[in-house]
Design a protein around this ligand. Sequence first.
Ligand SMILES: [Zn+2]
Ligand SMILES: [Zn+2]
Length: 116
Amino acid sequence: MVAVSTAADLACPNCGEDDDLSGRRSGEPGAGSITVSCGACGLSWVRDLSPRCPTCGTDDVRTALQSIVDKSRGTQLSIQSMRVVHLCPTCDAERLADWNRTNSPLSPDELPHDVD
Ligand SMILES: [Zn+2]
Ligand SMILES: [Zn+2]
């Protein structure tokens, strides 16, 4: 499947819903982003209108989900929510392969063993 950055392919990255979505635009016109909320599963994420790899600058990036662990003072460490990240096929090849293989949200960045 080839992802293209058109409005037509906008779908919830969690459940695939492509109809019951609402968006709210923020930022400068032409350079902003849209916060999209899925009415089916409740996920909300920021849709970057022009995602780029921060390392090499390519716009040929893939959309993936990453878990956000809420380290609240509670008794357990639970995965509360997810955010959308953009993976570069060159610079993030390993994480992208991971995403494609498991199709489950990537681990949070805060994990201590960050292997280069
Ligand atoms: Zn959804
Ligand atoms: Zn890159």
